[in-house]
Design a binder for this molecule. Structure first.
Ligand code: AMP
Length: 394
């Protein structure tokens, strides 16, 4: 048995899951949140127990130190040398990383250099990789990129209709995101259907606070709704998704904004379900408000469903068919109402939800037996996919 970490570092957080591999048994999991702020929170769950610590954690270095101290104090590891593998989730892999990659100094520098594509994530991830390499010199480390599953997009789908040189000179193209999740659920869907993923056309709907839809043809991502950055695609918790970019200078003028960064910040942080509903970015709150008669909350739900439906229709066109539609992530996994509303509104395509089977948060085929399209609910598991990549690239 080897002990392998799956690490997901953000600008102010660090989530972790420790596995016994290849058994894929979870030994411990948890997170450090509010790094760099007051009252940071460290949580550790293991053996059915939960340990929580609230103190000021000024930086990622201290976050990693506390994590290691607590793993030893709670005898989850007796010595750090037992940790032989670490998989790091990395947001942007650009055009360079077409698969998960064993980490060396050059790879770390490339991750840092790709910071332009994910300014909140890549620098923090590179920093955590460096800290962990110092503390765990014996460990085999692998970077798992959020973008690399989408490396198979053909140019017809990854290019924007801009002057071609902007692609060749500046790498302006669609990169997509949530690749690890789309990869995991598409493969799992094929297993659940007893088919080879190579023989299936699947649309995977990762509907969380961030949301993206992917067309997976024969196991390969051929189109995805996020774009150059995660701002594109469907309506999200606080992100606008697709809009006509001519709105930007118009609004900057009306709002008297001095910099495009302020405008982009509005599109990233104040738009989407939050902006339309005026209630919250959190789907549960918006569903509650809608149930109490709040019309803008209902409009936000309707718009979210409408955008997902349009992408499903688009990807049926892109693949010239579909065998299975998968729902995953916070909203997709937990909201039977959303799944039903989306599928009922596009019943013409031949996918029919079974209303009883749909009452689940677990892994399940939720379509009727005679549905032309299989519909599945699959809780995503990006962490296990990361740990598997550490094994695969040994
Ligand atoms: P994620 O980003 O995958 O963690 O998903 C977060 C989103 O999932 C938030 O908008 C939550 O409100 C939503 N969510 C979680 N549980 C439920 C639920 N039971 N019903 C509707 N939305 C949910």
């Amino acid at each position: 048995m080897s002990k392998t970490f799956a690490i997901n570092a953000g600008s102010s957080s660090l989530k972790f899951q420790l596995y016994a591999m290849p058994e894929e048994e979870i030994l411990a999991k948890g997170a450090v949140e509010r790094i760099g702020l007051n009252d940071s929170i460290f949580t550790l769950k293991f053996n059915g127990e939960k340990f929580e610590l609230v103190e000021d954690i000024p930086n990622h270095k201290r976050a990693v130190e506390i994590l290691f101290e607590q793993l030893e104090a709670n005898h989850i590891v007796n010595d750090l040398s037992e940790i032989t593998g670490v998989g790091h989730r990395v947001a942007a892999g650009g055009e360079i990383f077409k698969d998960s990659t064993v980490i060396n100094e050059e790879v770390i520098e490339q991750i840092e250099a790709l910071g332009d594509f994910a300014p909140l994530h890549n620098p923090a991830e590179a920093e955590v990789i460096r800290i962990m390499k110092e503390k765990l010199p014996q460990a085999h480390m692998v970077a798992v990129f959020d973008t690399s599953f989408h490396k198979t997009l053909p140019p017809v789908n990854f290019l924007y209709s801009l002057p071609y040189e902007y692609y060749t000179d500046f790498s302006v193209r669609k990169y997509g995101a949530h690749g690890t999740s789309h990869r995991y659920v598409s493969r799992r869907a094929a297993e659940m259907l007893g088919k080879n993923v190579e023989d299936l056309k699947i649309i995977t709907c990762h509907l969380g606070n961030g949301a993206s839809i992917t067309a997976v043809d024969g196991g390969k991502s051929v189109d995805t709704s996020m774009g150059f950055t995660p701002l594109a695609g469907v309506q999200m918790g606080t992100r606008s998704g697709d809009i006509d970019v001519s709105i930007l200078p118009f609004l900057m003028d009306k709002l008297n904004l001095k910099s495009i960064d302020e405008m982009i910040n509005i599109l990233n942080k104040k738009s989407g379900t939050l902006g339309i509903s005026g209630v919250s970015s959190d789907m549960r709150n918006v569903e509650e408000a809608a149930a109490e008669g709040n019309e803008r909350a209902q409009l936000a739900l309707d718009m979210f469903n409408n955008r997902v439906q349009k992408y499903i229709g688009e990807y049926i066109a892109v693949m010239n068919g579909v065998d299975a539609i998968v729902f995953t992530a916070g909203i997709g996994e937990n909201s039977p109402e959303t799944r039903a509303a989306i599928m009922d509104g596009i019943s013409w395509f031949g996918g029919t939800i079974d209303s009883e089977k749909n009452q689940t948060r677990d892994e399940a085929i939720i379509s009727t037996d005679d549905s032309k399209i299989a519909i599945l609910n699959i809780p995503t598991d990006e962490e296990v996919e990361i740990a598997r990549d550490v094994e695969r690239l040994k």
